[in-house]
Design a protein around this ligand. Structure first.
Ligand SMILES: *Cc1c(COP(=O)(O)O)cnc(C)c1O
Length: 430
């Protein structure tokens, strides 16, 4: 495979951009090799600067549930742009988008549009802290909620721990307000809530974890969090930046029948443009400025072009059968991948919820960060490279989700399974 132009571009990029990329995982550090510079994309396929074509399972890290350059989304964006790209004043379209979200998420009475998932979670935490008058937050090991200071925290040693900064530049004082508990460990949450009585403002969780690879919530985990939060007067925040409009139109809340107090949305909501939102219970969201005292603002918030991309995306997703189709494709693909792994006697554990999935190179089960990180990352790197050589593009890290889109066809899946067979064969050393 010719990668001359990607290599050249990467070298140039490294001279002017830290690590040559504008978001770290794009750099292929976990798997080695040169990141592919993407020239264009359509449907399920991306084409790199050297003209190589790949079936894409990254889908821009989740947003592109309709695939690349969906005709209705592109048409909508064109129309919106012709009328101006940004006004810094309200528009009818943003009201329509907000209404669609309110209708789809019964727990959301009011919402505010922002430009990134990071911003959405940061603001939701501010609201929770304002409402409760408490400073501490509880998050789960292996969950990612954007790069805001108080969320860039890793667990110290021990089951339930106070955080230490996960990055230089995060004040230890911020990290100290963040408690970290293993995912799916309800007893751990209970213990933390008991020992920090009256001090925890919010529990923030990915209702299906997607940022340590896909880890579904254990039976009873989400309802358990709901009950604990109610009992202790804690605001329950579902970070549905990935799962919103992904695992169901109404997100994980619809799929698992659990209501959040505040919900963060992003990725699919913007249809591939920078747009996100936080919203929830009326009494909480009425705290947000200018209705209430909690300040939050954004020059490009509710940007009309991004709003239009989101609107067109949600309209397509509301068509009958969309989620059933994604579920079916997901089941088919991961079922066949497991069969291949068994055939070549490669220990794997494939987790899937709807159209998001991860094949972990470990025996499994994978139900939290500790079990996820048992995966053989060197083996994953070889699998990744073999897939890439066979025209299949998955996230360049073991600890990420793969995403299907409505644009993925039977032919794409067949091509993928041929690539996967070659990859597993290479791993098995045949
Ligand atoms: C991607 C992601 C974020 C951050 O969103 P950005 O738009 O990248 O800032 C937050 N939470 C979750 C669960 C995500 O997957």
């Amino acid at each position: 495979m010719r990668t001359y132009l990607s290599e050249k571009l990467y070298a140039e990029a490294c001279r002017v951009i830290p690590g040559g990329v504008n978001s770290p995982v794009r750099a292929f550090r976990a798997v080695g090799g040169t990141p592919r510079f993407i020239a264009r994309a359509r449907g399920s396929r991306i084409i790199d600067a050297d003209g190589n074509e790949y079936v894409d399972y990254v889908c821009s890290w989740g947003p592109l549930i309709l695939g690349h350059a969906h005709p209705e989304v592109v048409r909508g964006i064109h129309e919106a742009i012709r009328d101006g790209t940004s006004f810094g004043a309200p528009t009818a379209a943003e009201v329509e988008l907000a209404r669609m979200v309110v209708e789809a998420y019964s727990s959301i009475d009011l919402l505010r549009l922002v430009s990134s998932g990071t911003e959405a979670v940061m603001a939701a935490l501010r609201v929770a802290r304002a409402h409760t008058g408490r400073d501490k937050i509880l998050k789960f090991e292996g969950c990612y909620h954007g790069h805001a200071d108080s969320l860039l925290v890793k667990a110290g040693s021990g089951a339930t721990t106070f955080g230490v900064p996960d990055s230089p530049g995060v004040p230890a004082d911020f990290a100290r307000h963040t408690l970290t508990v293993p995912y799916n460990d309800l007893a751990g949450v209970e213990a933390a809530v008991a020992s920090e009585e009256g001090q925890i403002a919010a529990i923030v969780v990915e209702p299906v974890a997607g940022n340590m690879g896909v880890v579904p919530p254990a039976e009873g985990f989400l309802p358990g969090l709901r009950a604990l939060a109610d009992r202790a007067g804690i605001v329950l925040i579902f970070d549905e930046v990935i799962t919103g409009f992904r695992v169901a139109f109404g997100g994980a809340q619809q799929r698992y029948g659990v209501r959040a107090d505040l919900t963060c949305l992003g990725k699919i909501l913007g249809g591939g443009l920078p747009l996100a939102a936080y919203g929830g219970r009326r009494d909480l969201m009425e705290l947000v400025s200018p209705q209430g005292p909690v300040y939050q603002a954004g020059t490009l918030s509710g940007n009309p072009v991004a709003v239009r991309a989101g609107l067109e995306t949600l309209r397509e997703l509301r068509r009958p059968g969309v989620y059933e189709g994604l579920e079916e494709q997901g089941a088919l693909l991961t079922g066949e991948l497991e069969t291949l792994a068994r055939k070549f006697e490669i220990p794997t554990c494939t987790n899937r919820v709807g159209s998001m999935f991860t094949t972990f190179f470990t025996e499994g089960p994978v139900n939290d960060y500790a079990t996820a990180t048992r995966a053989d990352t060197a083996r994953f790197a070889r699998y990744f490279q073999a897939l890439l050589d066979n025209g299949i593009y998955i996230a360049p890290s073991q600890f990420e989700a793969g995403f299907l889109s409505t644009a993925h066809t039977q032919e794409d899946l067949a091509l993928t399974l041929r690539g996967a067979e070659a990859a597993f064969r290479r791993l098995a050393g045949h």
